[in-house]
Design a protein around this ligand. Structure first.
Ligand code: AMP
Ligand code: MG
Length: 278
C-alpha cells in the first residue's frame, strides 16, 4: 500500500490518481474482501493490546469530498473492535464558541490519549479546504495554516502520537451516483443535504485545495495516503492494511498485571480444595 503514500520529498499530482484503481487486486474482489475480513480481526486484537499496554496513541484523520466514504470507512474498518478505547470525533461547521478560538482549539481537545485510537471524521484540514474554497477567512490567513498544521502535528508526534492521514479519492461521476443513491433510498436520504449540490459546483476548487493539502502537509511525522476510493472494498482493504501495519510496528505486549501471579493462583486453588472438604 506504500504507492499511495504521498512522499514528502517528491512532487505530487492528484490529477494522476485514478479513483478506480484496484492495483494487484484487479478481478479479485472476493479475495480482497476475505483479506479485509482477516485484517478486521487482527485490528481488533491489536487494538485490545494497545488499550491494555497503555503506551501508544494513534490518530487517524479522514478527509474526502462529500459522499467520499468517510462514514462507511469508519463503520467497516472498526466493526470488530471493542468500542472501549476507540473514539470518533466529527468536525462540523464550527460553533460560535469554537469560532471565538483559533481553529486548532477544538481539534487538540479530541486528540488521543495513551492506549487510544481516535478517528477524525473531517478535521483541522477543513480550515484549508471549505474555508479556502468559500473564502471564510482571507487568503493571507489560510495560507499560513499549512505550516501551522505541520508544526501542530509535529508536536503531537514528538509527544508520542502516531498520525495516519487518509484522503479518500472518488471521481465526480462516482459522487453523482452516490448522491442519486442517497436521494432514492429512504434509508439514505437523511445523509443528503441541499448544500451537497451547491458544493458539487465547487468540485474543481476543492480538488485544487486537496492538491495543496496533500503536497504541503504530507510529512515524515504525519504522512498522507491518497487512497483510490470509488470501490469501497478496495478502499477498506488499503486503509485497514496501513492501520494494521502501523499497529504491528508498535511491537506491543500485554503488561504483567502483578509480579507474582502464582501466589494468587495457589490461594485460589487452596480455596477450592477447602470448599471441596465442606
Ligand atoms: P457532514 O460531515 O456531512 O456532517 O458535514 C459537516 C459540514 O461541516 C461540512 O459541510 C463541512 O465542510 C463543514 N465544516 C467542517 N469544518 C468546518 C470549518 N472549520 N469551517 C466551516 N465548515 C466546516
Ligand atoms: Mg454531508
Amino acid at each position: 500500500m506504500q504507492p499511495y503514500k504521498v512522499d514528502p520529498e517528491k512532487p505530487f499530482k492528484l490529477k494522476k490518481l485514478d479513483a478506480n484503481h484496484v492495483g494487484d487486486w484487479e478481478g479479485k474482489k472476493k479475495e480482497g474482501k476475505q483479506e479485509f475480513h482477516e485484517l478486521q480481526q487482527e485490528l481488533a486484537d491489536l487494538q485490545q493490546k494497545l488499550y491494555a499496554e497503555h503506551k501508544h496513541q494513534l490518530l487517524i484523520v479522514l478527509q474526502a469530498m462529500d459522499s467520499g466514504g468517510k462514514d462507511g470507512t469508519i463503520r467497516a474498518i472498526f466493526e470488530e473492535v471493542n468500542p472501549q478505547g476507540v473514539k470518533v470525533a466529527s468536525f462540523k461547521v464550527p460553533t460560535a464558541l469554537e469560532l471565538d478560538h483559533d481553529y486548532l482549539w477544538r481539534v487538540h481537545q479530541k486528540t488521543p490519549g495513551k492506549g487510544e485510537i481516535v478517528i477524525f471524521n473531517r478535521s483541522h484540514y477543513e480550515d484549508v479546504l471549505v474555508v479556502r474554497v468559500h473564502e471564510l477567512v482571507p487568503k493571507k490567513v489560510w495560507e499560513k495554516r499549512y505550516d501551522q498544521i505541520n508544526a501542530f502535528e509535529k508536536i503531537l508526534a514528538e509527544e508520542g502520537t502516531t498520525i495516519l492521514k487518509f484522503y479518500l479519492h472518488i471521481s465526480k461521476d462516482e459522487q453523482k451516483e452516490r448522491f442519486m443513491e442517497r436521494l432514492t433510498d429512504p434509508k439514505k436520504q437523511w445523509k443528503f443535504s441541499e448544500s451537497d449540490i451547491d458544493e458539487r459546483q465547487y468540485w474543481d476548487a476543492y480538488q485544487a485545495a486537496f492538491q495543496d493539502v496533500l503536497e504541503k502537509t504530507s510529512t515524515p511525522w504525519a504522512p498522507w495516503y491518497a487512497i483510490p476510493a470509488n470501490h469501497n472494498w478496495y478502499r477498506n482493504l488499503c486503509i485497514s492494511t496501513i492501520i494494521v501495519d502501523t499497529l504491528r510496528s508498535f511491537k506491543m505486549k500485554y503488561p504483567d498485571p502483578i509480579p507474582d501471579p502464582d501466589k494468587y493462583i495457589r490461594a485460589l486453588q487452596n480455596e477450592s480444595s477447602k470448599d471441596g472438604e465442606n
